[in-house]
Write a protein that binds this ligand. Structure first.
Ligand code: SF4
Length: 736
């Protein structure tokens, strides 16, 4: 039997629509959904590999239990019984402070996980919470929290209407975009140029994005904050027009004072960007009819990550481009209601045990996870859960972390693979494949360059429990209910409490209604769909369970397999702002207190060392797509890129090998000589290094590459966000 299903791709933040042709129980073809309201048929090489991922013989279909150092298949009952028993042992012996959890990036791409993780984390009752956010985008949450009042109030560049785009540390030709959901990001960049606009890319490498831009500005790694503040300095020397957001902005005069040390001539030596280029860009930003500044991972994974992220939005604001078409705007996901003013955003509500690093968004820096596992004492992590994460490849100083994981008393991984991290687990619980699960994007609809919504049902029935049930079962165990914890009972209780909260809220559209009636209206669906339907119907576009009959519901999304487009972003600053002042706080003390450190750095002589940066690759997604043959075949891609002048000085030759050493470690890697990288900078891509014994990744281990996180230093973090420093690592390179 032949059928066609439509599915959102969960592999990256672009969230493209896919059209999947299925014959009997097998995928015949996957291509872009030409009618999808956002992606209109666009697809990258990864999108069609949902078939290979689904069929991958290495993908686990049953739980695995480690016995005498080797994993063997087990039943779900056996796996959960062992977890419950060991959970009780550890918590009785050491208390809950001995528990820890690490949550990887794919969780934000899955409905089940987004819904199921928060209750699990709460039930664990530990402060040892870590996630991929602190090796990625935590600086943006911190700057948004302090400037706009909420860590998820993140403005995105209005790509489809802007006249001028300044991008730093972003390579959407390879990454397809991040913290800015825009299927066919490259096409949207080309459209800016086609309508007479300008695209400027700031990056130490002439990335594919830089090569296709109107202007590439090479910058020294880690210095973007100073470059941005020099732009702010120049802009604030002239006449300032804050645009329509002007009544809602405070702190411009303070920013002008704070930016005084960053005159272009003072930062030129530090950043490597000539003063006249800084003045040119500042002039163009001011003169453009509309402009947007966008900084991404290269600006976040540095020691001034939060200052960079803050300076991006300061620049958007002082050029009059905040919250206006063509500028930096706030998406409004359909499932969200009105954001209510709550407690002021703050960080550092507690500190990590070993290094005293501040909590941010309820979690601790991933860079200190190994400290918390291998340092003895009260609060040492003895029982760790990882969910869809591979920190052994993706967090700094990963060699030490790998050893530390081996010393845990018990470890559980929820993961489809025995990868470099889950190979350390005592129990591995495999979730269904992407094609066996439904999807609505709770995260990235809130970062989209147009407001839209789509929903896709599972293409195939899962052969085991869905991931929501797995996480709820673990929640029950964490609540002390043992292996008999009933996920249905827990999910029902959670849903009921959410409905009761809504009917008791006088501001809710269903205030005063009967909770039982509302539950009945959610119908007979799987639990994640019930939670989703509740959110959609109470969201700002929702049908309010009859209050707005034309409004949105899950049923309406189900009837729209290509999604619903709600149109371009609209100005909504007054809805967004939940700061104590009710205004954009342009110069929050919690951020600006870090400026003296940057002023000091300006005066330091640049070291002679080479510095290491990472790089994104179109056929890769962090660490987990290297077991797909079609994505890794061809020429070696895990190489050390080095400028011809540096290569000649060291004596390296194309295709030879180099030894790269840092304070943290040493590795040997194939050499690729290219003038696409600035002198003084070398680059190794992120997420490789599949050569560790005990993993089960046949394709990946045949082309392992090297783990660049052997070289990164876990002692280096952005002090405001705890984000790891993965770029700008001093290294020495020799013929190896
Ligand atoms: S760009 Fe991202 S969402 Fe689109 S097909 Fe590729 S991996 Fe999937």
């Amino acid at each position: 039997m032949e059928r066609t299903v439509f599915r959102t791709c969960p592999l990256c933040e672009a969230t493209c629509g896919l059209e999947i042709e299925i014959v009997d129980d097998s995928v015949k073809r996957i291509r872009g959904d030409r009618e999808h309201v956002m992606s209109a048929g666009f697809i990258c090489p990864k999108g069609s590999t949902l078939k290979q991922l689904h069929e991958d013989p290495d993908r686990l279909r049953t739980p695995m239990i480690k016995v005498d150092g080797a994993h063997r298949p087990a039943s779900w009952d056996e796996a959960f019984a062992l977890i419950a028993a060991r959970f009780n042992d550890v918590t009785e012996k050491y208390g809950r402070s001995a528990l820890g959890i690490y949550v990887g990036n794919p969780n934000v791409h899955q409905l089940d996980n987004t819904l199921g993780l928060r209750p699990l984390i709460r039930a664990l009752g530990t402060q040892n919470i870590f996630s991929a956010s602190t090796v990625d985008q935590m600086p943006k949450h911190v700057s948004s929290g302090y400037m706009f009042g909420h860590p998820l109030n993140i403005p995105v560049p209005d790509l489809d209407r802007t006249d001028y785009l300044l991008m730093l540390g972003a390579n959407p030709y390879e990454s397809n975009g991040s913290l800015c959901t825009a299927p066919d990001f490259p096409g949207r960049l080309d459209a800016i140029k086609a309508r007479g606009g300008k695209v400027v890319v700031v990056d130490p490498r002439r990335t594919k994005t830089a090569a296709n831009a109107d202007q590439w500005i090479a910058i020294r790694p880690g210095t973007d904050a100073a470059f941005l503040l020099a732009l702010v300095n120049v802009v604030l020397q002239g006449e300032v027009d804050l645009g329509p957001a002007a009544p809602y902005i405070e702190g411009v005069a303070k920013v002008r004072t704070l930016a005084e040390p960053f005159v272009p001539e003072a930062v030129a030596g530090y950043t490597g960007v000539p003063a006249e280029v800084i003045r040119q860009v500042a002039g163009e930003l001011v003169a453009a009819p509309s402009a947007a500044v966008y900084g991404r991972i290269g600006t976040h994974t540095v020691s001034f990550g939060t200052l960079c992220s803050w300076a991006v939005d300061v620049l958007n604001t002082v050029t009059g481009n905040l919250d206006r078409p063509g500028g930096a705007m706030f998406p409004y996901a359909a499932h969200l209601g009105t954001r209510r003013k709550g407690r002021s955003f703050s960080t550092g509500r507690w500190q990590s045990r070993v290094r005293g690093l501040p909590e941010v968004l309820g979690e601790l820096p991933a860079a200190t996870m190994a400290d918390e596992i291998d340092t003895p004492g009260d609060g040492q992590i003895r029982f760790l859960i990882t969910v869809a994460g591979n920190p052994v490849l993706t967090t700094p100083d990963s060699g030490r972390l790998d050893t530390a994981l081996g010393g845990l008393e018990f470890m559980v991984s929820v993961d489809p693979y025995l990868n470099e991290t889950s190979r350390r687990a005592d129990v591995v619980l495999p979730p269904p494949s992407a094609l066996e699960r439904s999807h609505y994007d709770l995260s990235f609809t809130g970062l989209s360059v147009r407001d839209y919504a789509d929903y896709s049902p599972a293409a195939f029935e899962p052969t085991g429990p869905d991931e929501f049930s797995i996480l709820v079962k673990l929640t029950g165990i964490a609540l002390g209910m043992g292996a008999d914890a009933d996920p249905d009972q827990l999910a029902a209780a959670t849903l009921m409490s959410q409905v009761q909260e809504a009917v008791s809220n006088p501001d809710s559209v269903i205030a005063g209604r009967d909770a039982g009636e509302i539950l009945g209206l959610l119908g007979d669906r799987p639990w994640p769909e019930k939670f989703l339907d509740l959110m959609l119907r109470l969201g700002h576009r929702g049908d309010g369970f009859g209050a707005n009959p034309e409004g949105l519901s899950l049923a309406r999304l189900e009837a729209s397999p290509h999604g619903i487009d709600f149109g371009p972003l609209e100005p909504r600053l007054t809805q967004v702002l939940v700061t104590p002042s009710g205004k954009v706080e342009l110069a929050p003390e919690a951020i600006t207190k870090d400026l003296p450190r940057l002023v000091t750095a300006l005066k330091l002589e640049p070291a002679d060392d080479l510095v290491l940066i990472g790089r994104r690759q179109l056929r890769s997604a962090n660490s987990w797509l290297h077991n797909v043959e079609v994505l890794v075949k061809g020429k070696e891609r895990c190489t050390l890129q080095i400028n011809p002048d540096d290569a000649a000085r060291i004596g390296l030759s194309e295709g030879g090998t180099a030894t790269v050493a840092s304070m943290a470690g040493k590795l040997t890697v194939a050499v690729e000589i290219t003038d696409d990288i600035s002198r003084g900078v070398v680059s190794i891509p992120y997420g490789w290094g599949h050569s560790l014994e005990g993993s089960r990744l046949a394709v990946a281990s045949a082309r392992p590459g090297v783990n660049t996180n052997i070289l990164t230093d876990s002692s280096q973090v952005d002090p405001l966000s705890g984000n790891a420093v993965l770029n700008g690592i001093p290294v020495t390179v020799s013929v190896g």
